[in-house]
Write a protein that binds this ligand. Structure first.
Ligand SMILES: [Zn+2]
Length: 259
């Protein structure tokens, strides 16, 4: 299995539940709410994309990722501040925490909205409170795009797609000379069910955000939804069309694409 289970520096894959997408780029669908977390090997550290639904879940991810000879998680990119993607972040206090910039901070101290949502959706109340209390503020906010040089020709570009599934959705595109791009989409794309639109969603702007996502990833990319199996550009296009119909958005897909 050489080349399948090893990262660019010969690191083993993170272990149980993790699946390789391209060499050195992994994902795991977590039990419970089936949200996806991603891990990308860099020369001196790992980039984690989303942190799971609780401090306990984050601690389990941390333990898995610390196995073998892998370096520590150096960056943590949170795609959006919903509890199932955010509340594990306190388990990575030394990582640089990156999130999308918006009109408001991505989450206030303690993230009360995420904590309340987690409890409403079945997260243990004490665990939710503990997770919120441990949550750091973001260290860096991405207004437009930010590229991390991971070494060995691998880059991760974090892009603020603007309002869509949440107030401001962040996506992470990994490029590597050895394989096709991988785009971690957060919940702007969902495969295992219909995309969820809560009170902080911006349905009228969601199709245009998917146009920007497709322009970013291109035809060859593997698109990793926030929930469900890895998909291709054709799937994202069909989800865009379905969302435009569902929310009755006038079909002007290219008007603000690329801005
Ligand atoms: Zn979400």
């Amino acid at each position: 299995m050489t080349g399948i289970d090893e990262g660019p520096a010969g690191w083993p894959a993170p272990g149980r539940g993790w699946r390789e997408i391209t060499p050195g780029v992994w994902r795991r669908r977590l039990p419970g709410w089936d949200e996806t977390v991603g891990a990308v090997a860099g020369r001196d550290g790992l980039l984690l994309v989303d942190a799971g639904p609780s401090l306990a879940a984050g601690a389990e991810l941390r333990e898995q990722l610390a196995g073998g000879s892998r370096p520590p998680v150096r960056w943590l990119a949170v795609t959006h501040p919903h509890f199932d993607h955010l509340l594990g972040a306190g388990a990575f206090p030394e990582a640089e925490l990156l999130a999308a910039a918006g009109a408001e901070p991505p989450w206030p101290a303690g993230a009360p909205a995420a904590v309340a949502d987690g409890v409403a959706l079945g997260l243990d109340r004490a665990e939710a409170a503990r997770s919120g209390a441990a949550l750091p503020a973001p260290h860096r906010l991405v207004t437009d795009a930010l590229t991390l040089d991971l070494g060995r020709g691998r880059r991760a570009t974090l892009t603020n797609l603007g309002p869509a599934h949440s107030g401001h959705d962040l996506v992470v595109k990994v490029t590597d000379p050895a394989g096709p791009p991988v785009v971690f989409c957060g919940d702007v794309v969902e495969e295992s069910g219909e995309p969820q639109a809560g009170p902080d969603a911006a349905p009228a702007r969601w199709p245009a955000a998917l146009d920007r996502l497709l322009a970013l990833g291109g035809e060859r990319a593997r698109y990793v939804p926030g929930h469900g199996a890895v998909v291709d550009a054709a799937f994202v296009r069909s989800q865009r069309a379905a969302l435009a119909r569902r929310f009755e958005v006038p079909d002007e897909p290219h008007r603000d694409a690329g801005t």
